[in-house]
Design a protein around this ligand. Structure first.
Ligand SMILES: [Zn+2]
Length: 82
């Protein structure tokens, strides 16, 4: 798995696609409530949930909520776990 993620994702501690998908799943219960989304694979931002959802379906990319704590929180959780 050699896909490089966006700088923003890397800075949040999401360094590979596997991590991104984990964050995506963790955000799932409240994913639809966001108003800012970010695709860590393409480095693209979305300001509408419809556009974000379409990207998930069409590209199978784990588009993450950019306004939610979990996007940032995963870094510390991962580091804590080693
Ligand atoms: Zn994408």
């Amino acid at each position: 798995m050699t896909a490089r993620l966006s700088t923003r994702a890397m800075e949040a501690g999401i360094t590979n696609l596997h991590d991104a998908k984990l964050v995506f799943l963790r955000q799932a219960p409240v994913w639809w409530l966001g108003n800012r989304y970010h695709c860590p694979v393409c480095g693209v931002d979305f300001i509408s949930v419809d556009d974000a959802a379409r990207h998930v379906v069409e590209r199978s990319h784990p588009v993450l909520r950019g306004d939610a704590a979990p996007f940032v929180g995963v870094a510390t959780q991962r580091r804590g776990a080693g």
